[in-house]
Design a protein around this ligand. Structure first.
Ligand code: ADP
Length: 365
């Protein structure tokens, strides 16, 4: 909110607009005016006010309708609306509240009452603006930290790798603590990359680099790495690729690979040792509809599964499921990241139950 609060007055009658203006003049606000609902929406788009005084009885779009429209738009729904009404019935009050109005003043308007109600709405708007600013600050700070930990991480990764190589060459043996440092630094790096990518996507700054990709080939190339991960957890990985002709699908292959990395990392993290994880690719029959998937990839595990009530929310940022009896570190970013990438490809991701135990994560593009 600027230092001078901005009040938009919407009324089709010029006498009424002038009366309200006269009543608020001494408050030192910036005042702007609209003569009907349509003009009010144009004003909002040009310069959103801090409070809206909205007449109920207007031709074409009445105040309730304008109010519903504004409260239905995420850009403006936080702006408090004071309905100015000649109607005094309980039905109108209910209709106004249903439309999302925050406050009412009845005609004939009393100056002191109007001034007090506008001041009270401005206080609420200021609290909202302060909160948004704080959240923005927190997000900027988090992004800065994540951005800045990447350089030291690259150094840790580089040195731990070259030290491992040198020791291996000299003594012919692996150093377990060094391997652990390397693996944990890799996890941190993956987390930092996901977080930065999510921010980019949320800000609409991520542009997909699509090329025709043979997913089977992409998986065959990555399979040795996935097998190492599975073995390190004492698990088995089974890869099932379609026998049909390879199908070329327009994908951002680096981002698509990150979906697979995340889903497999979760399967290895949450399913027990000795269990099997299946990575399966299917080519669904090609259909006329533009929305029909061309590719389905499943990651099937025998872990604890996801309770039905959590199957949607785990794809939101920082959402986790309390896993009883297991000390598994949880952050809740990986699946949000997968969902964003799948949706950026006009696809989707969902989870089903595996029988008898576990989860089936399905990606359709
Ligand atoms: P993280 O694993 O870092 O917490 P994700 O976004 O990848 O974040 O996953 C969100 C939550 O979904 C996890 O915290 C976990 O509770 C649950 N989850 C994800 N994958 C699995 C799985 N294969 N089996 C059981 N639970 C899972």
């Amino acid at each position: 909110m600027n230092s001078t609060p901005h009040v938009l007055i919407v009324d089709d009658e010029s006498v009424a607009r002038n009366t309200l203006r006269g009543m608020l003049l001494s408050e030192g606000y910036k005042l702007s005016f609209a003569v009907n609902g349509r003009e009010a929406l144009t004003r909002l788009a040009e310069e959103p006010p801090d409070v809206i005084l909205l007449d109920v009885m207007m031709p074409e779009m009445d105040g309730f309708e304008v109010c519903r429209f504004i409260k239905g738009d995420s850009r403006w729904q936080h702006i408090p609306i004071v309905l100015v009404t000649a109607l005094d019935s309980k039905e109108d009050l209910a209709a106004g509240l249903d439309a999302g109005a925050n406050e009412f003043v009845s005609k004939p308007v009393v100056t002191l009452e109007l001034q007090a109600r506008v001041r009270s709405m401005l206080r609420i708007k200021k609290q909202y603006d302060d909160l948004i600013m704080l959240l923005q600050l927190r997000e900027d700070l988090a992004n800065m930290i994540v951005h800045d930990i990447r350089s030291p991480l690259t150094v840790i990764l580089g040195y731990s790798e070259s030290m491992q190589r040198r020791i291996q060459q000299k003594f012919g043996e692996e150093v377990v603590p060094l391997q652990k440092i390397h693996r944990q630094a890799q996890r941190l790096q993956g987390f930092a990359n996901d977080m930065l990518m999510l921010t980019k996507m949320e800000r609409g700054q991520l542009i997909l680099q699509r090329t025709p990709v043979d997913v089977s080939q992409l998986i065959r190339a990555a399979e040795p790495d996935y097998q190492v991960l599975a073995e390190s957890r004492g698990m088995k990985l089974e890869v099932i690729l379609p026998a049909d002709q390879p199908r070329l699908i327009e994908l951002d292959s680096a981002l698509f690979q990150r979906i697979l990395d995340n889903l497999l990392a979760n399967a290895f993290k949450y399913a027990p040792a000795d269990s099997t994880v299946v990575l399966q690719v299917e080519y669904p029959p090609l259909l006329e509809e533009a929305t029909a998937p061309q590719l389905r990839v499943k990651v099937i595990d025998e872990g604890p599964g996801i309770p039905e009530e959590d199957r949607e929310r785990i794809f939101e940022k920082y959402e986790i499921v309390a896993l009883k009896q297991r000390q598994v570190p949880q952050v809740g970013l990986g699946l949000a990241f997968c969902k964003m990438i799948a949706e950026a490809h006009a696809g989707r991701i969902y989870v089903e139950a595996n029988k008898p135990v576990g989860s089936v994560f399905v990606v359709e593009i």
